[in-house]
Design a protein around this ligand. Structure first.
Ligand code: SF4
Length: 356
């Protein structure tokens, strides 16, 4: 698999690439210089399961805030920089564990050199990020429009701008909001990297994918196809919403693909005319409840009736099947007890609390 062959890159206390577990990332949406707000959000993201966090560094105040933020968080901190090489240097000096730049928009060749040399001095990896929206004119002219080939050509060119200074502590990202173009670009990039022998870890995400609803769908489809081909060492789900939602989605994507263990899987029926309990509310409450049990790797079923209910519930480690205003609790395929509908959620919680 491609991800087993990528170079191992250390980012603070995490290592990505070389077949290491796929790290989940997110980005804060607070003002980075507002240290308290940024730290609060990062701590919530850590609790949700975020492995690596990125903060925007649009000015020098934000760059200086990084050192204060780092003192109060426990996961690697990545600085996101555009246009100004001085900010990249300041971010590294202020403790960034990785910087994300596009060497094509950071300034002159000398400026790129200064950033790379600073990164080298501090042993800080550089994520070379290229977006479909920022392709150079000559590439657009060559391909006539934005294409997967153009994105890959631009990315390889930017990677070489860093390699030129004898630095290969690199992660690469290529982004497009067009899901299928993004998939194609990743396949192409993986192929080209393999041929060249310069095999860097890939940070995978679908950019500008939209609100929680459309973003979840686009990200899941795109990431699903890419990750399932063995490509991708770290991921970010981008949503116009609470970053904690990004983590929840990323975890479920990885778990669905069998790329991450831990956490409870909830299965629930779609409900139909046979449903005689408020199954939709129960399933939503159960989904929320299980977020607190990342230490358990089990399946919990919430089923509306006894037609398919007990069967599914039996296959699951734990489950309920609704009856008429009541429900049956199953554990390891065995009926535990019958109870009123109102007690089903607390019965599940009690079982999870005492799960062996
Ligand atoms: S499990 Fe029962 S209630 Fe749920 S969809 Fe199937 S038949 Fe309908």
């Amino acid at each position: 698999m491609f991800r087993d062959e990528t170079k191992e890159i250390r980012i603070g206390n995490k290592v990505i690439g070389g077949g290491n577990p796929i790290a989940i990332q997110s980005m804060t949406n607070t003002k980075t210089q507002d240290v308290d707000a940024t730290v609060s959000q990062i701590l919530l993201l850590e609790e949700a399961g975020c492995d690596i966090i990125r903060c925007a560094v649009p000015d020098i105040d934000a760059a200086k805030a990084l050192s204060k933020i780092k003192e109060r968080i426990h996961i690697p901190l990545v600085a996101d920089i555009h246009f100004d090489y001085k900010l990249a240097i300041a971010a590294i000096e202020n403790g960034a564990d990785k910087i994300r730049i596009n060497p094509g928009n950071i300034g002159s060749k000398e400026h790129v050199r200064d950033v790379v040399l600073k990164a080298k001095e501090y042993c800080v990896p550089i994520r070379v990020g290229v977006n479909s929206g920022s392709l150079e004119k000559h590439i657009l002219d060559k391909y006539g429009r934005v294409t997967a080939e153009g994105i890959v050509e631009s990315a390889i060119d930017k990677v070489q701008m860093v390699e030129e200074y004898d630095y290969d502590n690199i992660v690469v990202s290529i982004k497009s909001s067009d899901v299928l173009m993004c998939v194609k670009a990743h396949e192409l990039l993986a192929e080209k990297m393999k041929k060249s022998g310069h095999i860097y870890p890939l940070h995978v995400g679908i950019t500008e994918s939209g609100t929680v609803y459309s973003g979840n769908i686009k990200s899941s489809v795109g990431l699903g196809i890419i990750l399932n081909q063995g490509i991708g060492d770290t991921i970010r789900v981008s949503l116009s919403g609470d970053p904690v939602e990004e983590i929840r989605t990323a975890k479920l994507v990885l778990k669905t693909l069998g790329l991450r263990k831990g956490g409870i899987t909830v299965v629930s029926c779609p409900t139909c005319g046979r449903t005689n309990i408020d199954l939709i509310s129960l399933a939503n409450a159960v989904e929320k409840l299980v977020q607190n049990y990342d230490n358990l790797d089990i399946k919990v079923a919430t089923m509306g009736c006894v037609v398919n209910g007990p069967g599914e519930a039996r296959e699951a480690d734990l489950g309920v099947a609704g009856g008429n205003g009541e429900g049956i609790l199953f554990k390891h395929g065995e009926i535990v007890r019958k109870m009123p509908e109102s007690e089903l959620l607390s019965a599940l919680k009690e079982e999870l609390d005492n799960w062996k």
